[in-house]
Design a protein around this ligand. Structure first.
Ligand code: ATP
Ligand code: MG
Length: 243
């Protein structure tokens, strides 16, 4: 069976800066894959290329067996690419339910159906009790969850999560971990960017490490965290690779 997502030799340049450099990754159906790496490694840029916010400077993006490189973001969303943003992008002056309806309208053109779908997603994400409050009144952990809810309401095959567990208390983070597992159990494939290793490593089936725009290492989480190249990249000393 083909991978759900593949990036093939993807480059992204911003002027002289190379944010993604020959990135080839694949994500299989039903996997939870962690995309990790130091600040500025190019993780959010790669998400933008996968979601279609930006066209890659070079290379191609394959989703569900098709080349989607030249498709706009809305079309990729229709095909099943859902994503959250690292900087929360909820509509602050709208209620929680209305925010999620915006996502649900991607697949339900009848408002009553979109509202029903949005309520179902709020139940699933544990936000049902907050349906009628303004998004601006949510605490940060709830805002992150609303981002996930809005993406889920688009009924994705692949969910891209950009630091949805960052800045949360340990208890909130564990609630988030449980939600990601529950999402995968419904058959949705997850590619997630996260910094806190203790949280992300037990959750993911596979980890891909980006550094300076390139894939540095990929593999089982337990192997990746012990890899001297990874330790060196995180410590910022690219020469200290002695065991
Ligand atoms: N639109 C843009 N224009 C110019 N440079 C950009 C743009 N977007 C990202 N960059 C640069 O590309 C590099 C990679 O950024 P990116 O946001 O992808 O990193 P990241 O791995 O998500 O980092 P973080 O962990 O801090 O979120 C950085 O040097 C960043 O400044
Ligand atoms: Mg980022």
């Amino acid at each position: 069976m083909t991978a759900l997502l593949e990036t093939r030799g993807v480059w992204q340049r911003f002027g002289g800066l190379v944010a993604n450099s020959d990135v080839s990754i694949s994500v299989g159906r039903g996997e939870i894959v962690g995309l990790i790496g130091p600040n500025g490694a190019g993780k959010s840029t790669l998400f933008n290329l996968i979601a279609g916010v930006l066209p890659p400077t070079q290379g191609s993006i394959w989703f569900d067996g098709k080349d989607v490189t030249n498709l706009p973001a809305a079309e990729r969303c229709q095909r099943g690419v859902g994503r959250t943003f690292q900087v929360v992008k909820s509509f602050e002056t709208m209620t929680v339910i209305d925010n999620v309806i915006v996502g649900a309208l991607v697949r339900n053109t009848v408002m009553r159906e979109a509202r029903r779908k949005a309520h179902e997603v709020l139940e699933f994400t544990g936000l049902a009790a907050r349906a009628d409050v303004l998004a601006s009144d949510l605490v940060p952990a709830e805002k992150r969850r609303l981002e996930v809810a809005r993406a889920l309401a688009t009924e994705p095959k692949l969910l891209l999560l950009d630091e949805v567990l960052t800045g949360l208390t340990p208890t909130e983070a564990q609630t988030g971990v449980a939600l990601v597992r529950k999402v995968r159990d419904t058959g949705i494939t997850v590619l997630m960017v996260e910094h806190v290793m203790e949280i992300v490593m037990p959750l993911v089936d596979r980890a891909i490490v980006l550094d300076l725009g390139k894939v540095l290492v990929e593999g089982k989480p337990s192997d990746v965290v012990r890899d001297p190249k990874v330790i060196s990249a995180y410590l910022g000393d690219r020469h200290a690779v002695s065991a």
